[in-house]
Write a protein that binds this ligand. Sequence first.
Ligand code: 5GP
Length: 113
Amino acid sequence: MTDTLFSKIIRREIPADIVYEDDLCLAFRDIDPQAPLHILLIPKQPIVKIADATESNQSVLGHLLLKAGEIAKEQGYADAFRLVINNGEGAGQTVFHLHIHILAGRAFSWPAG
Ligand code: 5GP
């Protein structure tokens, strides 16, 4: 996997507004927020996209989902938030290091655009 700007954020080579970190993951505010709350949650282990994940990634993927819920709650949005993973360019993925968008604080339409 080639180095991405998210790897640079993990290594503190690029500044970010970090809201949560542990051994497995890092969460920071999106630079171009699409909602009042817009956090990106990434595994420290570089996985390019969700379709590339394997059984060996199972526990970190579960960890990310648990943390996504906890972070949304801690940020004051327990009742309504949306998690988004864009997989591949055609779905809008622009940074090729797996990330979960945690969005909250506005109305969301369905189906997602
Ligand atoms: P994607 O389009 O790949 O699903 O999401 C990538 C996200 O990364 C976008 O929402 C974009 O605004 C965000 N982003 C791109 N560059 C930076 C950066 O340098 N810092 C932060 N915090 N977010 C970034």
